[in-house]
Design a protein around this ligand. Structure first.
Ligand code: SAM
Ligand code: DTB
Ligand code: SF4
Length: 327
């Protein structure tokens, strides 16, 4: 089950057990962070953070019932269904993101799955346009068929985001309109088409610590590991069933990021949604413990993200540099 061994680097594994991962997760914090940092330094540039900008290209009116989401038509939230953005609007936004230092551009649509036809063709044009700007292109559109995955690949797509969100056991308490296995099937199609996999989850959904560890095991069981693992803290949204969840303890966020780093040494672990409720120091601890990407831009999909100026200042203060563009 192991990749080629390299004496300098820990072997990548896909066979973690729950007691083992739970023991890693529950290690005294300083030891956990030391261990994660050591893994991080073996595989990644030490002071580098990838800036990834998000854009919602089709907002609201989604038929799925994800309990955390502002865009589900099952919940009454501040988000109303909107028309899909034009290709020109998206390209202008990607260009602006690039000028501000982002190297990855992720486009989200509030779909259960893309319908064949003009809207899917429009997504393909968006992908081609973002690639022409010299950015990594990522989309998140819900479930895919094999042929959709192949067409996205042909358009130049680098990565597909499709989160497992939580453990298999906790999944049905959060979403009833699709299954955990549906999610894994799409990830297989994405991998089969030669697109890199971006898959992670959310903490703060009322899950147990074992659920968090089980979710990481599901991700680490994928062969190869997802190239990108976003770890989100629930953004509590008025009108969703999870609006009244207790806030995530920032140290729990750090623990999960450190555990993800240890389990999936080569993956880019992303300190994703939920940064607005972290202090500067907690964000830096998460980055020290193995995260090496943030969402950059004042808006996530439908909720605010820290201001760009605050992020630039934080990176300057800590001596972190943004990943350089590849072209
Ligand atoms: N509709 C597609 C899907 O669900 O796969 C793509 C868009 S969806 C908004 C992308 C991801 O954003 C979700 O899988 C979830 O992990 C994350 N997300 C959505 N709402 C969130 C919230 N309130 N807090 C944290 N993460 C959230
Ligand atoms: C991911 O893991 N987090 C992003 C991205 N992938 C698409 C989405 C976060 C959404 C946060 C809530 C909102 O803004 O609606
Ligand atoms: Fe729809 Fe995605 Fe929101 Fe679920 S997370 S309701 S699939 S937009």
């Amino acid at each position: 089950m192991a990749d080629t061994p390299d004496p300098q680097r820990p072997t990548l594994r896909h066979d973690f057990t729950l007691p083992e991962v739970r023991a890693i997760h529950d290690t005294p914090l300083f030891e956990l962070v030391d261990r994660a940092r050591a893994v991080h330094r073996q595989y990644h540039a030490e002071n580098e953070v990838q800036l990834c900008t998000l854009l919602s290209v089709k907002t609201g009116g989604c038929p799925e019932d994800c309990g955390y989401c502002s865009q589900s038509s099952h919940h009454e939230t501040h988000v109303k269904g909107e028309a899909m953005l034009s290709v020109d609007t998206v390209i202008a936004s990607a260009r602006a993101a690039k000028e501000r230092g982002a190297t990855r551009f992720c486009m989200g649509a509030a779909w259960r799955e893309p319908k064949e036809g003009p809207n899917f063709e429009r997504v393909l044009a968006m992908v081609r346009g973002v690639k022409a700007e010299g950015l990594e292109a990522c989309v998140t559109l819900g479930m895919l068929t094999d042929s959709q995955a192949e067409r996205l690949k042909e358009a130049g797509l680098d990565a597909y985001n499709h989160n497992l969100d939580t453990s298999r056991a906790h999944y049905r308490s959060i979403i009833t309109t699709r299954t955990f296995d549906d999610r894994l099937a799409t990830l297989r199609r994405v991998r089969g088409a030669g697109i890199t996999v971006c898959s992670g989850g959310i903490i703060g959904l009322g899950e147990s610590i074992d659920d968090r560890c089980a979710m990481l095991i599901e991700l680490a069981t994928l062969e190869p590991h997802p190239e990108s693992v976003p770890i989100n803290a629930l953004v509590r949204i008025e009108g969703t069933p999870l609006a009244a969840m207790p806030p995530v303890d920032p140290l729990d966020f750090v623990r999960l990021i450190a555990t993800a780093r240890i389990l999936m040494p080569k993956s880019r672990v992303r300190l994703s949604a939920g940064r607005s409720s972290l202090t500067r120091e907690a964000q830096l601890l998460a980055l020290y413990a193995g995260a090496n990407s943030i969402f950059y831009g004042d808006q996530l999909l439908t909720t605010p993200n820290p201001e760009e100026d605050a992020d630039t200042e934080l990176m300057r203060a800590a001596g972190l540099r943004a990943q350089a563009p590849s072209v």
